[in-house]
Ligand binder design. Structure first.
Ligand code: 13P
Length: 287
């Protein structure tokens, strides 16, 4: 069932666990994530970056594929289809295309412009039943060519954005997209605690879920993080499994070159990554 992320995140915050957002890039990734969520009886959020949306030929294709898959695979756990780091223009596009959730990332605007644009998106999204994620203080690292500085969000700005009526808030707490550098200082739990207190009961979102040690993930959840985004780790496990398959020469033998066979090890690797994360985040059997 394609649903907004509002209820699943409210439940996650109350139950002190987090729902995973796993980014999709193609049919294989989408299928692997949905099958794992169903098998583990876990709610799930499918994230789509603007780049991935373009790669899949546009948001209408994504909506058609996901809705079709939910029906054909008999997926009964709650699934949200969410735009990841959306610009204002793309937020409008996914609202029209039939997504069930949208992130408007206005963190690179000054706070007043971020507030004004977030308000407009909330109004339009709510009319169609989509949940809304906003961001304060950009997340470090590079994603789809967007570079953040590993900022730490301002607590008062978080409070202002939370009060606009968003359903979830992403606040920079030293987290970084992609791999963490060896000298990474770790998450700023002191800041997370203050943000959680100022915005309670707002579900908080942790971006850059790849490479954060398990104990830090669990501490973040205990302090109010209810949604954790994972992208790079699925990419790495997919690429590694595909490379191993090719290096073993299997793509050249018999019917090993069949694209369905060539992409199968990568899909299995994504399933394993998603399972590990859902277990760590505590969302298993929470559908
Ligand atoms: P990673 O690429 O670090 O897994 O982060 C994903 C993310 O935050 C998507 O918004």
């Amino acid at each position: 069932m394609l649903v907004s992320a509002k209820e699943m995140l409210k439940k996650a915050k109350e139950g002190k666990y987090a729902v995973g957002q796993f980014n999709i890039n193609n049919l294989e990734w989408t299928k692997a994530i949905l099958q794992t969520a169903q098998e583990l009886n876990s709610p799930v959020i499918l994230g789509v970056s603007e780049g991935a949306g373009k790669y899949m030929t546009g948001y209408k294709t994504v909506v058609g594929m996901v809705k079709g898959m939910l029906e054909e695979l008999n997926i009964t756990v709650p699934v949200a289809l969410h735009l990841d780091h959306g610009s204002y223009e793309h937020a409008l596009k996914v609202i029209e295309a039939g997504f069930s959730s949208v992130m408007f990332d206005g963190s690179h605007y000054d706070i007043n412009e971020n507030i004004e644009k977030t308000k407009e998106i909330i109004k339009l999204a709510n009319e169609k039943g989509l949940s809304v994620e906003a961001e304060v203080g950009s997340i470090g690292g590079e994603e789809d060519g967007v570079i953040g500085n590993g900022e730490v969000a301002d607590v008062n700005e978080c409070k202002l954005i939370a009060e606009l009526g968003v359903d979830m808030l992403a606040a920079g707490i030293g987290n970084i997209h992609g791999k963490y550098p060896a000298n990474w200082a770790g998450l700023r739990f002191d800041v997370l605690e203050k943000i959680a207190e100022a915005t309670n009961p707002m579900p908080l979102v942790l971006h850059g879920g790849t490479g954060i040690p398990a104990d830090m993930i669990q501490k973040a959840i205990s302090l109010g993080v209810s949604k954790i985004n994972v992208n790079t780790e699925c990419q790495l496990s997919f690429a590694d499994a595909t490379r191993k398959y090719i290096e073993a020469g299997k793509d050249l033998e018999g019917k090993g070159f069949d694209p369905r066979k060539l992409l199968a090890p990568g899909a299995e690797a994504i399933k394993a990554t998603v399972k590990e994360k859902m277990e760590l985040f505590g969302s298993v059997n929470k559908a």
